[in-house]
Design a protein around this ligand. Structure first.
Ligand code: GLN
Length: 492
């Protein structure tokens, strides 16, 4: 195939495999070579097993030769955030706590990828237990931004975004609790989709905040995000919050659906703190939709200013409960300095968890403690309902909302690590979609004067991913942002 194989889209690779112009072994080897060449600088991968990857690819080629293709991803290399269980592969959550843990089972999304024939290429770095916005909270390594390796990839799915941006993988899976797919996608200039809460099974996703967590794809194009969603979406009886419905065809007629749509611009997203160059790029995108005949409506989401506070109460409360299972007794890090069992709990947790995870556990335990429960947790739940209502009212008027994904572009590594509040502000535009359970997509919509990518976020109604993808796709195909690629320098 002409051109660099590692910047092809999923759609192009599917075609190349189908026409036999490339084999899965060649494709997999090319990506492994690419990882070898650039991952020293990017540090997107926590681990990968070359032999196992090539075995999977060989099996795919044999299936294809025998005319027994499993599904749409047959032979395609896919990377997985190190928080999603793959049988017999490490599942570290980028934490010392799970440093030596190997998963005994597959997450439902992984069974789906396997049934579709995917080659599972490796484990992608993240903030520890998905808590963070820069992948600097990983206990394993920092992932750097392929567009400028002195900057962060975003987080917490930083490895998933950077690997796709750097050409190490055509597609990956991430998870999004408050923006962790969309924000790194925007920092790295790729597409990231957070589906409706309940559309994709959480079975086998290590829980951070169970009422907010959702798995989704990171890809090079909007169409590819739809292709991946098609594979992973659908009802799962093993996840009690899974929605019992069959997903529609996400790629059908994407190119034909050109609107015009009624699109809302929430004024609260354009207030103080928004970088002027990001603002200009988003406004240009809004103008583009307006020029295409879309009606642009100014919308108000009056409880938006409470979203960060509410999130850091609910997410930490759920995290403090979910992370109670890591006690040093069974599969986690176990302190060898402990005297009795209580000491074992204390020391194993003190040694196993990083600073940010401890901060969240302490915060979450506090807001759930008797005496503070009503004042914090219960109140936060009430405001969460109001935030949800704000969106319901907005979607009575419009088909989608256009916003920035993040208030700023990728920042320098180390710039925000000492100031948790500044870090938390990274998610100001993404968090409310998780609180409301609605889908959101981030797609590249420009570059700033330093050549760093800017992401446009489009939010949609629950279960309206097909519509969301169509709105995003119409913008993408009229621009060339997804055709530009970074050139991460080879290792020193
Ligand atoms: N950055 C947010 C946090 O630190 C969101 C993380 C996520 O979506 N997993 O909690």
């Amino acid at each position: 195939m002409p051109g660099e194989i590692y910047f092809k889209t999923l759609a192009q690779l599917q075609e190349a495999l189908a026409s036999k112009s490339i084999s899965s072994v060649e494709l997999t080897r090319d990506h492994l070579d690419r990882i070898q060449a650039v991952d020293g600088r990017i540090q997107a991968f926590n681990s990968w097993d070359e032999e196992d990857c090539l075995r999977q690819a060989e099996a795919s080629d044999e299936r294809r030769a025998a005319g027994r293709i499993k599904g749409p991803l047959d032979g395609i290399p896919v990377g997985v955030k190190d928080v999603i269980a793959v049988r017999d592969q490490p599942l570290t959550c980028s934490s010392r706590m799970l440093e030596h843990f190997v998963s005994p089972y597959d997450a439902t999304v992984i069974s789906r990828l396997k049934n579709a024939g995917a080659v599972l290429l490796g484990r992608l770095n993240m903030d520890e237990f998905a808590m963070g916005s820069s992948t600097e909270n990983s206990a394993i390594k920092i992932t750097f931004n392929p567009w400028d390796t002195s900057r962060v990839a975003g987080g917490s799915s930083g490895g998933s975004a950077a690997a796709v941006a750097a050409g190490e993988l055509p597609v990956s899976l991430g998870s999004d609790t408050g923006g962790s797919i969309r924000q790194p996608a925007s920092f790295c200039g790729v597409v990231g989709l957070k589906p409706t809460y309940g559309l994709v099974s959480r079975f086998g996703l290590v829980a951070f905040a169970s009422s907010l967590d959702q798995i989704g794809p990171l890809t090079r194009t909007v169409g590819d995000a739809g292709r991946m969603l098609q594979v992973i979406a659908g009802h799962d009886p093993r996840d009690s919050t899974s929605i019992d419905t069959s997903p529609p065809d996400y790629s059908e007629g994407l190119a034909e659906k050109k609107g015009p749509w009624k699109l809302g611009v929430p004024q609260e997203y354009f207030a103080e703190g928004l970088d002027p160059e990001v603002k200009a790029a988003i406004e240009a995108a809004i103008d583009w939709y307006a020029d295409r005949g879309c009606e642009i409506v100014e919308i108000s989401l009056p409880h938006m200013h409470l979203a960060i506070s509410v999130y850091y109460i609910i997410a930490t409360a759920e995290a403090s409960s979910n992370l109670a299972r890591y006690d040093g007794v069974r599969y986690t890090h176990r302190s060898d300095r402990a005297g009795d069992v209580v000491d074992l709990y204390f020391k194993s947790r003190a040694e196993g968890f990083g600073e940010e995870v401890k901060r969240r556990i302490i915060l979450g335990t506090y807001v759930l403690s008797s005496g503070y429960y009503d004042a914090y947790y219960l109140r936060a739940q009430k405001i969460r309902s109001l935030i949800r209502q704000d969106f319901t009212k907005a979607f009575a008027k419009v088909d989608g909302l256009l916003t920035p994904t993040s208030p700023f572009v990728s920042f320098k590594a180390g710039e925000k690590t000492r100031d948790p509040l500044a870090m938390y502000l990274s998610d100001i535009y993404t968090i409310s979609a998780n609180l409301a359970g609605i889908p959101g997509i981030s797609l590249p919509c420009g570059f700033n004067s330093q050549g760093l990518p800017i992401g446009l976020q489009i939010l949609g109604e629950p279960m309206e991913e097909a519509n969301l993808l169509a709105i995003a796709h119409s913008f993408e195909r009229a621009h060339d942002f997804t055709d530009r690629h970074p050139n991460p320098a080879p290792p020193d």
